[in-house]
Design a protein around this ligand. Structure first.
Ligand code: SF4
Length: 299
């Protein structure tokens, strides 16, 4: 088993974001650190639980909304970002946070990921990237390193991994970041900036799967990660951000690669929202009888 994840640094208000359901993740799973950091980030930002919606797909990490006390939706495999965009457009006042894994988001959900970024719709996408399919017991995922032996690649993975940071940068995301479960305080600070950002924000979190990934362990990351803040990286410089994103796997930067402020968001530009207001504020035009009949038609 890998080193344990640091205890949550979230006294007081962070407790409000803990649900009564105890996470069923394996002891030592990196997802604990992500959950704790998210709870602390929301508490530190002074968010009201009723203003937050956490949307997920399918996978170990996608169980997170059940462990987080706010509004939440556990949707279909790879479809969390699509559903989250609908939530945001229906009610732009909400803080919409998407949580899931690398298989869910960078595999089956890759199309939604890219399109949401080019739209620059305001939501925060937290990807627990463990470079393996954990829930289905250890197959190669889109971020598995070349040559890694898994259940589905017994002679080593022959597919090049996706680089989610580079992909996000060239796809139009206006906030692109990375964090590591073994550095939870840093992760909290990155999440706070991501959630506060207007536009699409990505937090790619290295979240080791201690059960099925014996390569990319806590120790493996600790030997490679460094903080971009310590390297005096300029997060307004796209060219520098792209260069940093291509450094791995020799050195792996964590922190904020890119932060572009003042870029119009999808909800700013959406004609229907600008003309009529968001759907959640529009009056329902059905009478009581019509609503009843409509409901009955679904029963
Ligand atoms: Fe975490 Fe891996 Fe266990 Fe899933 S299988 S809960 S990803 S350690």
């Amino acid at each position: 088993m890998a080193d344990s994840v640091a205890a949550p640094t979230s006294p007081g208000k962070a407790e409000e974001f803990k649900s009564h359901i105890h996470p069923d993740w394996c002891p030592g799973c990196g997802d604990f650190g992500v959950l704790n950091s998210l709870q602390k980030a929301c508490a530190d930002l002074g968010l009201d639980r009723k203003e937050v919606v956490v949307v997920s797909g399918i996978g170990c990490s996608s169980n997170l909304p059940g462990f987080f006390s706010s509004y939440g939706m556990h949707t279909l495999h790879g479809r969390a970002v699509a559903v989250a965009q609908g939530v945001k457009l229906a009610n732009p006042d909400l803080h919409v946070i998407v949580t899931g894994g690398d298989g869910d988001g960078y595999g089956i959900g890759l199309g939604h990921f890219v399109h949401a970024m080019r739209r620059n719709i305001t939501l925060t996408y937290i990807v627990m990237n463990n470079q393996i399919y954990g829930l289905t017991t250890g197959q190669a995922s889109p971020t598995t390193d070349l040559g890694t032996q898994t259940k589905s690649t017994p002679e080593g993975d022959i597919e090049n991994p996706i680089n989610p940071i580079s992909l996000a940068l060239v796809s139009g995301a206006t906030f692109v970041s990375r964090a590591f479960s073994g550095d939870p305080n840093h992760m909290t600070e990155v999440m706070k900036r991501a959630i506060s950002h207007k536009g699409f924000s990505l937090v790619d979190c290295f979240s080791p799967c201690v059960t099925y990934n014996k390569v990319n362990t806590y120790q493996w990351f600790r030997q490679r990660v460094y903080r971009l803040e310590d390297a005096k990286h300029d997060a307004s410089d796209m060219t520098a951000a792209l260069a940093r994103s291509l450094e791995e796997p020799v050195k792996i930067p964590i922190g904020v690669f890119l932060e572009k402020k003042g870029v119009p968001t999808y909800e700013d530009l959406d004609h229907s929202i600008q003309k009529h207001g968001p759907a959640v504020k529009l009056p329902l035009s059905l009478s009581a009888e019509e609503k009843k009949a409509l409901l009955q038609s679904f029963l």
